[in-house]
Ligand binder design. Structure first.
Ligand code: BG6
Length: 464
């Protein structure tokens, strides 16, 4: 069966600054919190690879831009590296060399007909703020972030017209303070919730700056809702799914799209002593500055069931008090990444957005398939035969197009990622790109089979 892809539907690709740039030209004090983690705990990285070289985008970006042209890509989403944008994080002294690099990237993209979509933060919180101000625990960091946004809009706003304030704003604090699996490994649910709030406030303040400055275009945030499926339709399992949705999805969606927190979440936060005590003025800023549009990152479903054990009052509160993760027997898996493959999430996501958040425009800002040991799929011509990736995209896109036909306000699909790149958890172990990166001193690029397939998709706008 063939599906026609609407002419206005974006088919793009994404990546981020920190995951591609490498440290060429980076000054010692310009670590992001992930650079810091990398330096502290090198052993967690796969094969000794990390952000120090990444894809060496700092020096080889023009090669990527040329490849984008070769496959006729029309939209590319990436981020600005906040940690590298300044040399002083209190006086906000711009690193002219880095800012000029961003000029070149933006101009280079536009020159070949690729629209740049920029995000202000994708794991690039300056380590300085972590060390001196406990990161997003501090309202000063919120204000510095809004000032950073203003400087960036003033510099690039004449050429960039689609902005995101954050990529997956829930992730850092979930890894660092809820699950404590990343540096600084502290379990502190109250801090987790405070960071959630301060990032929502920071996003609203950046949106305010954008609107007050009358910059051309639109601004939103990239969120990563997990479509939650209860194990059964029993009251207890359904309640577990509802609570997961509240703590991990609605916590950002409600304030960022509707302008206020769900009452139930506020009550629960107060009950469990993780409330973030906002001022009336802060709540008003959030109310007045909601997102114009959303990017949605979507990879896998989340399955939950009612928790088996009663929560022990002696342990600090964790939302897991209300749910337990559940693995569906016989599920399809991407074994490399350990994620379930369930393309229906795309349709369900679209319906979830329509039902809960009305007409806000959105597009898929990330979806893709990480694969280990891709060299085994190289053919004699040196082209990775990644049919599994083509299949993955095809299935997910088909579900998304089904949702569009059903009236979803979805504007497009961006694949993660344009090139292979470093992942915070395991560097180059899982390859995601349409473009292969040789992890050697050349960092040579080559199109994979999926890149040729994607080019054909962009040209024909027919999904077979
Ligand atoms: C997304 C992130 O959640 O998942 C990306 O925005 C990330 O930055 C991608 O790389 C894939 O996850 P991972 O952990 O396999 O790199």
């Amino acid at each position: 069966m063939t599906k026609k892809i609407p002419d206005t539907f974006i088919l793009g690709a994404a990546s981020s600054a920190w995951q591609t740039e490498g440290w060429s030209g980076k000054k010692e004090q310009q670590d992001s919190y992930l650079d810091k983690w990398f330096k502290e705990e090198q052993f967690v990285w796969h094969d000794g690879q990390g952000p120090d070289v990444a894809t060496n985008f700092m020096q080889q970006y023009q090669e990527d831009i040329d490849l984008m042209k070769e496959i006729n890509l029309t939209h590319y989403r990436t981020s600005i590296n906040w940690a590298r944008f300044f040399t002083d994080y209190e006086q906000l002294v711009v690193d002219e060399a880095y800012a000029t690099h961003m000029d070149h990237v933006i101009d280079g993209l536009i020159a070949v007909g690729v629209e740049p979509i920029l995000c202000l933060e994708h794991y690039e919180l300056p380590a300085y703020y972590m060390e001196q101000y406990d990161g997003w625990s501090s309202k000063k960091v919120v204000d510095w972030y809004a000032d950073y946004a203003k400087i960036v809009f003033e510099r690039y706003g004449d050429r960039v017209h689609q902005w995101f304030t954050f990529n997956e704003p829930i992730v850092i604090q979930t890894r660092c303070y809820l699950d404590a699996i990343r540096w600084p490994h502290e379990q502190d649910t109250k801090k987790w919730m405070l960071w959630n709030f301060h990032k929502t406030l920071a996003s609203a303040k950046a949106i305010a700056v954008f609107k007050e400055g009358k910059f051309e275009g639109r601004i939103g945030c990239v969120l990563n809702p997990e479509m939650v499926y209860p194990r059964s339709q029993s009251k207890a399992d359904v309640h577990a799914a509802k609570m997961y949705d509240l703590f991990f999805n609605q916590v950002f969606f409600h304030p960022m799209v509707l302008g206020e927190y769900p009452e139930e979440l506020i009550t629960l936060c107060q009950e469990h002593n993780i409330y973030f005590d906002p001022t009336d003025e802060e709540l008003e800023i959030i109310k007045q500055h909601t997102c114009d549009f959303l990017g949605i990152n979507q990879y896998y479903p989340k399955r939950v069931k009612a928790p088996r054990f009663a929560w022990n009052e002696a342990t600090p509160f964790h939302p897991e008090m209300y749910y337990e993760s559940f693995e569906l027997p016989g599920r399809r898996m991407n074994r490399s990444r350990g994620w379930e493959i369930y393309p229906t999430i795309m349709y369900d996501l679209a319906m979830y957005l329509q039902e809960n958040y009305g007409n806000i425009p959105w597009f898929i800002s990330e979806n893709g398939m990480g694969q280990e040991n891709e060299e085994q799929y190289l053919n004699e011509a040196g082209i990775v035969q990644d049919d599994y990736r083509i299949e993955f995209i095809r299935e997910h896109l088909a579900e998304l197009l089904r949702a569009v036909e059903a009236g979803a306000n979805c504007e497009g699909y961006m694949l993660w990622a344009f090139t292979d790149c470093v992942s915070p958890m395991n560097a180059f172990k899982n390859r995601y790109g349409l473009v292969r990166i040789e992890v050697d001193e050349t960092r040579a690029r080559s199109l994979k089979k999926s890149a040729y397939w994607y080019r054909n998709l962009i040209e024909t706008r027919q999904l077979e």
